[in-house]
Design a protein around this ligand. Structure first.
Ligand SMILES: [Mg+2]
Length: 285
């Protein structure tokens, strides 16, 4: 099969009204032209800010050869959607570049990716394909948020409550549920927000550095059967970490874990002791 034929197969998959009984949300009216030309054309609405994020998935680094192609595809999109959620945005479209060993693998990958795309209203607008022995993919997602309202990492102030969604330390290969609705509900409420992709200890440290503050945490909601150590330092939770002004109640499904304080920028204390940022870092040796 030629690349053009595979692209055509993906285009048909992406334009099918339903797959596996799941309804496809209407295509956002802002995507003027999708798969098939040299570029996609996107026309943003006035009074919107656009959000862009991209994430790579490498075989042997982010997943193993034995992981099913459909779940790799779903996960590849979910990781980028989690970044859109962290900024309080709504996803609009994605661009997917993929190198893989076979046509079957590519089609299964897209089936998994498109399932999540449909559930979240993300249009597959284009991308690139190549043949390689090892799988490599890169997913770029564009999202939108009301002008000037995106949630950022740098707004936390002393006295703010520190909160997380869900429970932390979950096993690596579970399904990621990007917290899009929660992120959108935090717009105008949260003073800072990010997603937990590399572990609470490292991500909270990053949020504190960006905001020029320190943090004290006293409890962490644990996933069933995991240790506090794992919940603090294990990566890939894809929950939201956010700060709220003192008087605002934490939304349902979220837990207050501590307080933002004045102090050395980025310093985090857990149950009274300094917490070393030891989450996932690709370049740490
Ligand atoms: Mg992130």
């Amino acid at each position: 099969m030629t690349e053009l034929q595979i692209v055509e197969k993906i285009r048909i998959l992406a334009s099918r009204p339903e797959t596996g009984g799941e309804k496809r949300p209407p295509a956002p009216p802002t995507l003027e032209l999708g798969i098939g030309d040299d570029c996609a054309i996107f026309r943003p609405r006035p009074n919107q800010d656009l959000l862009f994020t991209s994430d790579q998935m490498l075989e042997g680094v982010h997943f193993k050869k034995f992981h099913p192609a459909a779940s790799v595809g779903e996960r590849a999109l979910a990781r980028s959607l989690s970044d859109i959620a962290a900024m309080g945005g709504e996803p609009r479209f994605c661009l997917v570049s993929l190198s893989a060993p076979s046509e079957d693998w590519i089609i299964d990958f897209y089936r998994g990716l498109l399932r999540l795309a449909r559930r979240t209203g993300t249009t597959l607008a284009g991308g690139d394909l190549a043949h390689s022995k090892r799988v490599y993919c890169d997913v770029t997602v564009c999202g939108a948020v009301a002008k000037g309202k995106a949630l950022r990492r740098d707004g936390a102030g002393p006295g703010d409550q520190i909160c997380v969604s869900g429970r932390l330390g979950k096993p690596w290969d579970r399904r990621i549920q990007p917290r899009l609705k929660l992120g959108q509900s935090l717009v105008g409420l949260a003073t800072a927000c990010m997603d937990l992709s590399d572990g609470l200890s490292l991500d909270l440290h990053r949020l504190c550095v960006a905001s020029g503050v320190a943090a004290e945490i006293d409890r962490v909601p644990l996933a069933p059967g995991v240790t506090l150590e794992r919940a603090l330092h294990g990566g890939e939770d894809y929950e939201l970490l956010f700060t709220l002004p003192p008087a605002v109640a934490a939304p349902r499904g979220t837990t207050r874990i501590g307080t933002v304080v004045d102090g050395t920028h980025g310093a985090v204390r857990c149950q009274g002791r300094p917490l070393t940022p030891r989450g996932w870092d690709h370049f740490r040796r």
